[in-house]
Design a protein around this ligand. Structure first.
Ligand SMILES: [Zn+2]
Length: 335
C-alpha cells in the first residue's frame, strides 16, 4: 500500500511544536503565532486548504458538517471570525452567497476572498441541470467531487497562501505536491475500479446532484438527480415522471444522501424495484476530525466505493488507498 505521509525534517518538527516561535517568522500577515488566519466554508474545501496550509495556518470552517451548504446562512458569530481572516476560501460558483456577502461586509483591509470553483472553471464549462437550472443563474457548484478539479483547487490555495506568506512558499509547494500525488492515486484507483462494474453501467441516479463534473471527467452517465432546485422533496408529478424514467432505463440502484434523507426516494425505490442506497455523503467527511478518514480523499473514496459497489463492481484499489491527511489537519470543523 502506498503512503503519502512524509517524514518531516527535524527543523520542521521543531517549528510545528512551536519551539522556533521565538525566532519569529517571515509571515507578512497573520495571527499572534505567526500563521495566516484562514476561513473556509464546506468541509471538503476545509480539508483541501488544510492539506496545503498544514501547520503554518489556522483554519475556521464555517459550514457545519452534514448541513445543507446550498441553503446555509452563516450565524452572526461568523462576522467576527471573518473580520479576523487574512484569507477566505469559498467554493464560489454561487454556492455560498450569504457567506460571501458577510465576508465582504466584515473582512479587514488587505484580507482576500478567493472563490476556488470560480477561479478554475471557465464560464463556458459551467454545467446546469434539473437541480441547477440555467434560468436560476446558479451553475452546479460541485467541482470538488472530481479529483482533477480538487488538484486545481489545491493549486489555487497554494498560490493564494504563498502570495500572503512568501516565507513559507516552499512549504506550501511541498504540501501541494503531496496532495496532488494523493489525488492522482485516488484518480487511478477510481479508473481501475470503475472498470469492474458489470456491463460498464456507470449510471448514476442520485438524490443530491453532486456528480455532474465527476461524471463528465470519468465517463459516467448522470441519468438524473431528484432533488429540485428549492431543496425540498420533488412534487407528486415529478415523482411519477421519475418512476417512469427509472423503469424505462432499468436503473438498478438509486443513490440517496446522508445529508438529505428522503422518504420520497425510499418510496421511489419500492415502487420501481430499484435498490435504494442511501449513504452517499456529499460534503460530510467520514469519521471525526483527527481520524484518518476525515479528509477530502476519505470522503471521495467513500462515495466512489459506495457507487461502484452499488452497481456491482469490486473497488479493491480504492479500498487499499491511504486517505489520511499527509500533514496534521488542525482545522476547526464545526459539527
Ligand atoms: Zn451539494
Amino acid at each position: 500500500m502506498l503512503t503519502y505521509r512524509r517524514v518531516r525534517s527535524s527543523l520542521a518538527v521543531l517549528a510545528a511544536a512551536g519551539l522556533l516561535a521565538a525566532c519569529g517568522t517571515t509571515t507578512e500577515r497573520g495571527n499572534d503565532t505567526g500563521g495566516l488566519r484562514v476561513v473556509t466554508t464546506v468541509a471538503p474545501i476545509t480539508s483541501i486548504v488544510a492539506a496545503v496550509g498544514g501547520d503554518r495556518i489556522t483554519i475556521d470552517g464555517l459550514v457545519p458538517e452534514g448541513t445543507n451548504s446550498h441553503t446555509f446562512d452563516p450565524p452572526p458569530s461568523a462576522a467576527k471570525v471573518l473580520s479576523r481572516a487574512d484569507l477566505v476560501f469559498i467554493n464560489g460558483l454561487k454556492l455560498e452567497e450569504p457567506t460571501k456577502s458577510l465576508a465582504h461586509a466584515n473582512m479587514g483591509q488587505g484580507a482576500k476572498l478567493v472563490e476556488l470553483g470560480t477561479e478554475v472553471l471557465p464560464e463556458s464549462e459551467y454545467l446546469y441541470d434539473f437541480s441547477f437550472p440555467k434560468e436560476e443563474g446558479k451553475p452546479n457548484p460541485h467541482l470538488w467531487t472530481d479529483p482533477t478539479y480538487a488538484i486545481r483547487y489545491a493549486a489555487v490555495v497554494r498560490d493564494a497562501l504563498t502570495a500572503a506568506d512568501r516565507g513559507n512558499a516552499g512549504y506550501y509547494e511541498e504540501n501541494y505536491v503531496t496532495f496532488e500525488a494523493q489525488a492522482k492515486a485516488l484518480d487511478a484507483a477510481l479508473r481501475a475500479d470503475q472498470a469492474t462494474i458489470p456491463g460498464g453501467n456507470r449510471e448514476l441516479l442520485t438524490y443530491h446532484d453532486a456528480y455532474a463534473y465527476f461524471a463528465k471527467t470519468y465517463g459516467w452517465k448522470v441519468i438524473g438527480a431528484i432533488q429540485p432546485r428549492n431543496f425540498e422533496d420533488p412534487t407528486p408529478k415529478e415523482v411519477a415522471h421519475l418512476i417512469d424514467q427509472i423503469e424505462a432505463e432499468k436503473v438498478p440502484v438509486i443513490f440517496g444522501s446522508e445529508v438529505f434523507p428522503s422518504k420520497v426516494l425510499a418510496e421511489i425505490g419500492r415502487a420501481t424495484g430499484a435498490r435504494y442506497e442511501d449513504t452517499l455523503r456529499d460534503d460530510d467527511l467520514p469519521g471525526k476530525p483527527g481520524e484518518p478518514e476525515h479528509s477530502w480523499a476519505g470522503l471521495m473514496r467513500y462515495d466512489y466505493v459506495t457507487m461502484i459497489k452499488g452497481l456491482g463492481g469490486t473497488p479493491t484499489k480504492l479500498a487499499a488507498l491511504d486517505t489520511a491527511p499527509a500533514v496534521p489537519d488542525r482545522a476547526d470543523y464545526p459539527q
